[in-house]
Design a protein around this ligand. Structure first.
Ligand SMILES: [Zn+2]
Length: 276
């Protein structure tokens, strides 16, 4: 199946006008985006890439005179009409699964209404609903202006780096100093990380469903936790404590250790500093 042929436009905050979004010129990124399960995962952990988040943050703009643009509000009327359409489609999909329109109809509907890469291989009725609801809503909204994908992430200042197709917010080296440190730290172990992911898949081959995106996220999260524990857990904890921006609970979650372990480490640190 081909991915979108038409390049979507984008509002460029520097030029302050619409520009064609050149999707990608790099083979590496093209290969990543065509993988049904992996396209939305950060290369270095289990989180979503900035790009996959920005895909879900589309907006509709209206062109004004002199090249300005204005956000078109998403009204309740647009929402209600889109919901009605989506409900009808989902009902039809459900019937199709029961075989009412012949055995090929579910596949045909998926091809017609969904992007299987974005759906990550999940063909269930609930995944279909979620996907179709969003698409129809955006299509209905887009009729009132031009559909644009923002060049910046929600909550980021003007002029910030474009959403990364390879990394999450915590690993994009262009996002922040902290993210660059995390990127430099984890990139060294990228090979080991991939090996750990493969290892967990083969260890739990009988119990983990390969078609389930949640299983993929689980495996990547477990592998990340193992990797951090293998690669000097105390020094990672030290790094985080020195930064002082995270609570104990957050540090524990990030490293996959207990809160008690974190507070014990803090005590050890305090003793070390006192004897110095
Ligand atoms: Zn990441």
């Amino acid at each position: 199946m081909k991915k979108r042929e038409k390049a979507p436009s984008t509002f460029d905050p520097f030029l302050e006008r619409l520009v064609r979004e050149s999707d990608t010129s790099s083979d590496r990124i093209r290969a990543k985006l065509s993988n049904v399960y992996d396209w939305g995962f950060c290369e270095l952990c289990w989180r979503s890439t900035e790009y996959s988040i920005s895909v879900g943050a589309q907006k509709v703009f209206k062109r004004l005179k002199r090249g300005n643009v204005k956000v078109t509000p998403l009204t309740d009327a647009i929402r209600a009409a889109a919901q009605k359409k989506a409900d009808a489609l989902v009902a039809r999909y459900e019937q199709a699964w029961k075989g009412e329109f012949g055995r090929y109809e579910p596949a045909r509907m998926l091809m017609a209404y969904c992007d299987m890469v974005e759906m990550r291989g999940d063909r269930s009725v609930s995944a279909f609903r979620e996907h179709v609801e969003r698409r129809i809503l955006i299509a209905a909204w887009a009729r009132h202006g031009d559909l644009l994908r923002p060049t910046k992430l929600p909550g980021q200042p003007e002029g910030a780096a474009k959403p990364s197709k390879l990394y999450c917010e915590a690993h994009n080296p262009r996002r922040s100093d902290e993210a660059r440190r995390a990127y430099q730290r984890d990139r060294r172990f990228a090979l080991e990380y991939d090996e750990l992911i493969d290892k967990i898949w083969s260890q739990e081959a009988g119990t983990l469903p390969k078609w389930d995106i949640e299983a993929h996220a689980y495996v990547r999260r477990e592998a990340y936790r193992l990797l951090q524990a293998l690669k000097s857990p105390t020094s990672t904890m030290d790094d985080l404590l020195t930064l002082g921006t995270m609570s104990q609970a957050e540090i524990a979650r990030q490293l996959g250790v207990s809160r008690q372990a974190v507070s014990a480490a803090i005590k050890r640190r305090a003793q070390k500093q006192a004897t110095r």
